[in-house]
Design a protein around this ligand. Sequence first.
Ligand code: 0WD
Length: 255
Amino acid sequence: SIALAGKTYVIMGVANKRSIAWGIAQSLDQSGARLIFTYAGERFEKPVRDLVATLDGNHELILPCDVTSDESVENCFASIKEEVGTIHGLAHCIAFAKTEELAGNFYDTSRDGFLLAQNISSYSLTVIAKYAKPLMTEGGSIVALTYIGGERVMPNYNVMGVAKASLEMSVRYLAADLGKHGIRVNAISSGPIRTLSAKGISGFNTILHEIEEKAPLRRNTTPEEVGDTAAFLFSDMSRGITGETIHVDSGYHIL
Ligand code: 0WD
């Protein structure tokens, strides 16, 4: 694995052991990095703490961060600053949409549902970047997770596809802003993975099957594959890359 000893990364969006954020955590743990975890609400604190205890490294800093609240994000990064001072990167693995809007016609999307998806799944990256920037005093790397439904129409992805398009463009604008501070911003476009969030997407099993049949590598993506690509994007090996969306999807996006 890539060597990241002496570096500190914030992992946002571990819900359980199936979370893509957890695949990233495991890969970074193996690389010797120090990790800080954030969780959305109280009900996630205990499961996240229990999971983190299973890692090899001793990652004791686990904080609440509800991305719908500026105050929560500000407080979270203030605590991180107090505890560790400098961070070298963060993984944004956060998204949300109403289940009823991940099926049927896109034109039935409600105003509320549209704004909620944009708020949690896209705007959150910008507010996080704002409060994380002052902690990246040695430069840094920000990684967000996206899906091909943000580039092309995929069945039922609907409101989340529009949110991912907005997230991917936010990655580019943030990369343009932050490059002069030595901070890189990239996205990983993951193939579909069976997680808690994926449960909400209608017809998800059909998509998994289609990938197995048609993707160049003829298999589905694992959280470990996404984790290893994140480790690369956090490391100096990727120092020339910013504003990019890297597909970790068994090559499905070329079809
Ligand atoms: O197929 C998939 N699973 C793919 C997921 C393919 C391509 C991309 N992605 C993306 C997702 O859109 C998301 O951005 O990867 C990211 C991580 O998603 P995941 O690992 O699939 O899902 P999950 O394990 O459910 O974690 C998402 C977490 C939330 O879990 P809950 O149970 O609350 O939905 O996002 C976090 C939360 O931990 N989250 C929030 N964090 C802070 N503030 C908030 C919030 N308000 N809302 C949700």
